[in-house]
Design a protein around this ligand. Structure first.
Ligand code: ADP
Ligand code: MG
Length: 273
């Protein structure tokens, strides 16, 4: 009884929690998305401190953009605005020219695959853990997605293959394996826009290589935003946005930024040490 009451309190808290964003009363249909993303004069703050300050940027369909910068610079906030976890205080965000406030949240998020920094695995089979991201649009089978995610090999060696229960938080798997499961999930969603918050936890060299190859497969033919911590991941990007204190202070490719951007060069050199 006591446990049940505690659980009920939590459910009530969530049900009664005011929504940060609301669906429009006359949503604009959001189909056949090409994946153009535009930030127009966007400012955002959580409390009194400004997290994003007058951001203006235009990302073309199929561009692979890396977001780099020190911790607290605004990268996660930038990504969360695309998912419309909250609305900007000033300015607007357009996808394929449509203000996201005019799109149903369900339609919006169905078109975005999100691979978080610490993917959550459920206490269920490997198959169901990958399948969770499935929408009708997908043309891949689970095994195909797992192969492209460089996960098929280790999955098939588990005691019951794809039917193996993963246990609490995937305790059977290594960090790199969990990431590849999350990548398989995103592959099967096949959404035109992909947001990836790269895991910071150290991977062994073997695992890092497999994750890099999996990411390479994942980013093809999508508009991609990668919050990148490792320079091996930044190499996937065709364009890099450098964030500092809520602003985008530089925008270019790797060699341009090494030449022109002190902060980028510092971040890069720090990693070589
Ligand atoms: P990054 O991802 O580059 O590390 P964030 O977007 O997480 O940066 O944070 C930008 C700024 O917003 C930071 O100053 C951070 O402290 C603040 N911030 C982030 N999330 C919250 C939150 N939920 N509540 C209050 N402040 C936040
Ligand atoms: Mg972050």
């Amino acid at each position: 009884m006591k446990q049940g009451t505690a659980a009920l309190d939590r459910i009530e808290y969530i049900l009664n929690h005011p929504l940060d964003v609301a669906d429009p009363s006359n949503p604009i249909p959001f189909v056949n998305i090409r994946g153009k993303v535009e930030f127009r004069d966007i400012t955002f703050r959580y409390e009194e401190n400004i997290a994003l300050n007058t951001i203006n940027t235009n990302v073309k369909p199929g561009q692979i953009v890396a977001l780099v910068g020190p911790s607290g610079a605004g990268k996660t906030t930038f990504a969360n605005l695309i998912l419309r976890f909250f609305d900007p205080i000033e300015g607007k965000l357009l996808i394929d020219g449509i203000d996201v406030r005019n799109i149903n949240q369900y339609d919006l998020r169905r078109n975005i695959a999100y691979v978080p920094q610490n993917p959550i695995l459920f206490n269920d089979s490997v198959r169901n853990n990958i399948f969770i991201g499935r929408t009708d649009a997908s043309s891949l089978s689970i095994e195909e997605a797992a192969e492209q995610a460089y996960a098929h090999e280790f999955i098939k060696d588990l005691p019951e293959g794809y039917e193996t229960p993963l246990g609490e938080k995937g305790s059977r798997l290594s960090g790199g394996q969990i990431q590849r499961i999350a990548i398989a999930r995103a592959l099967i969603r096949n959404a035109p826009i992909l947001i990836l918050d790269e895991a910071t936890s150290a991977l062994d060299a073997e695992s890092e290589k497999a994750v890099q190859k999996a990411l390479y497969n994942l980013v093809q033919n999508k508009t991609v935003f990668i919050i990148a911590h490792r320079f091996s991941t930044i190499q996937l990007a065709t364009r890099i946005l450098v964030f500092d204190k809520g602003r985008i202070i530089a925008d270019g490719d790797h060699s341009q930024l090494l030449n022109d951007c002190d902060l980028y060069r510092r971040l890069h050199n720090k990693q070589d040490e």
